[in-house]
Write a protein that binds this ligand. Structure first.
Ligand code: GAR
Length: 201
């Protein structure tokens, strides 16, 4: 019998990549089940989608804790209470502390809208157009304390077309993201060290 790994997703906004992962996990042979969604914003649109899916949700916003470390500790406690094996950042727009990324080392992955190592950080689509790139895309990578710098698991590229604006390019990249993330999560789970697995809560 397939032993599905327990995966949580962290979001800040609309949650379309979250939805792509939820959709992929509906397949009986997909190696992950989504066990909960955490946001740093109570108003994140993706939380509504998660509630409609009857998934557990939690909000841990910086403004409800004394500092970043305390916020990240609260996130870790929720993840531990869900018995999570792997954490997916999907448009989670807050930089997590080094304590957090080290705590979840090898079990924390992120999707980034560029062909890493190109265009780390924000505003990637505009920067790709301004740089005259012919190809752009997205990457899924393990998270390390340094921003967008961890080992890449998988990438997917799209063309940059004449007349592209950051918005048209972002739309094209987003479609590639939705295909890439489920595939990359599967790959990351295959690399999950046995020692890093959580006992189910
Ligand atoms: C996605 O394009 C994702 O790659 C990006 O935010 C968007 C979230 O969309 N993430 C980053 O820029 C992280 N540095 P979504 O909420 O619809 O998944």
């Amino acid at each position: 019998m397939l032993l599905r790994k327990r995966v949580a997703i962290l979001i800040s906004g609309r949650g379309s990549n979250m939805s792509a992962l939820i959709e992929a996990a509906r397949a009986p042979d997909y190696p992950a089940e989504i066990v909960g969604i955490i946001s740093n914003r109570a108003a994140a649109e993706g939380l509504e989608i998660a509630r409609r899916e009857s998934l557990p949700v939690a909000v841990h916003s910086l403004k409800n804790y004394p500092d970043e470390i305390a916020t990240d500790r609260a996130i870790s406690q929720t993840l531990e209470s869900w018995g999570v094996d792997m954490v997916c950042l999907a448009g989670f727009m807050r930089i997590l502390s080094a304590q957090f990324t080290q705590r979840w080392q090898d079990r924390l992955i992120n999707i980034h809208p560029s062909l890493l190592p190109k265009f780390k950080g924000v505003d990637t689509h505009r920067r790709a157009i301004d740089a005259g790139e012919k190809k752009h895309g997205c990457s899924v990578h393990f998270v390390v304390p340094e921003l967008d710098a961890g080992p890449v698991i998988a990438r997917s590229s799209v063309p940059v077309l004449p007349g592209d604006t950051p918005e048209t390019l972002a739309d094209r990249v987003l479609l590639a993201e939705h295909r890439l993330y489920p595939r990359a999560l599967k790959k990351a789970l295959q690399r999950l060290p046995e020692s890093a697995q959580q006992p189910a809560a």
